[in-house]
Ligand binder design. Sequence first.
Ligand SMILES: Nc1ncnc2c1ncn2[C@@H]1O[C@H](COP(=O)(O)OP(=O)(O)O)[C@@H](O)[C@H]1O
Ligand SMILES: O=P(O)(O)OC[C@H](O)CO
Length: 498
Amino acid sequence: MPSVIMSLDQGTTSSRAILFDRSGTIVGLSQREFTQHYPKNDQVEHDADEIWQTQLAVAREAIQTHDFTAEDVAAIGITNQRETTVIWDRSTGRPIAPAIVWQDRRTAALCDQLNRQGHGDWVQRKTGLLIDSYFCATKIQWLLDNVSGARQRADRGELAFGTIDSWLIWNLTAGRVHATDVTNASRTMLLDIDSGQWDDELLQLFNVPRSLLPEVLPSSHLYGETDASLFGAPIAIGGAAGDQQSALFGQNCTSPGMAKNTYGTGCFALLNVGTRPAPSTCKLLTTMACRINEQQTYALEGSIFIAGAMVQWLRDEIGIIDSADEIEALAASVPDSGGVCVVPALAGLGAPHWDPYARGTIIGLTRGTTKAHIARAALEGIAFQVADVLEAMQNDAGISIDQLRVDGGAAANNLLMQFQADILGIAVVRPKVIETTAMGAAYLAGLSSGFWSGHDEIADVWQTDRVFQPDMERGEAARRRARWSDAVTRSRGWESSE
Ligand SMILES: Nc1ncnc2c1ncn2[C@@H]1O[C@H](COP(=O)(O)OP(=O)(O)O)[C@@H](O)[C@H]1O
Ligand SMILES: O=P(O)(O)OC[C@H](O)CO
């Protein structure tokens, strides 16, 4: 009898496979980083084949090194970096070009043009998204128009598009299934957010042929079986969701008003808004949270492009720390940032500013500034960005959020979590199992395959590790946020669209 669910967590910087038993305990984990390519300043690419090979390798490793076999795995749940765009040849299965990563800004000028032509409002009403190079639509358009012969091949129906979930499902099923889950589909800018279907008007605007697109399926659903050659026996693929939606589910934020924030490469705050899409007037995104059977749930999202990546940058490019976790002790060695503000706009600013031309800014330097002040200001910059999106969320949803559940690599940083609670003025709650992204995908696959009987059974799995209570006078928090807003203003529009 199968005893585990396997989550394939395909993130921006690494591919991971995690095995969960029936109690939600991790019983196997394998992880591999893969190569980031930066062909130009505003471009970020991944090799889709490397993504598949690393994902397959860690899945095999997780099963084998922990003495399981394919028969022990009840189902696979897939969760993935979203918006990253792959186009491949249906007959050979080979990508026609490197995958364009969600952080890539090469289509910013095209997005400006669409906004100037007045398409922003109706596209937002239909998709819940703001026209930005973040989403797939203009990335697809760019690939079709810039890879030699691609548009003709697409028109002949020879090519397939997919976000990373589709790409993995295609490869896991040896090309038999071309499908995506609705949460990933809602990030393409080609999906009608109300109906959950591809939309002809959007396809026309972005000049994307329908034949390119995968079938849109629920998040908890039997997508197919893995090819028997991969793991020694077929395994059911029982669920898929974009990593941030998966984390919302894995954090058990299943009732309206519950919110989570994931501190990874970027930060992604999602608020469950129930079964109707909530439009945003504060430049947040309306997105699918998940679909189980016919039940669709929606979320409001604040997407922040750079968070933990700022820490990586301080480590790899500036060299003031040797490992990401060292930043906490360095930042704690000073009582405050000494007047320094760091705006982590290394890839422009996402919500709620949406300025692809903003750039990273370190301001307030004096002769007395040390690397510790910069480290502390960098962590504070992450927390300030989250405070900005949570404020927008509360305005949009007309509710007050009373606690924030947190996860992701940088949520391990206690100083950051305490500062987050201080600035927000609400409790920040960290769960015991911080792998909530993988957990969410495991739940989705576990529900469709009958591994777990229903939501009540999985609700017990989530447990608190630590609650950070706010400990800053509100006037002081407001003063600091005002200073931060000033720094953000100075970071904006640094690059030009020329
Ligand atoms: N203790 C820490 N303090 C601050 N940032 C950290 C810490 N540990 C890891 N990070 C950052 O968290 C990110 C990794 O988190 P993870 O959730 O694995 O990211 P992703 O899924 O985006 O690849 C990296 O950008 C890293 O710099
Ligand atoms: O891979 P992560 O965790 O940085 O998440 C990336 C997001 O899905 C991008 O929208």
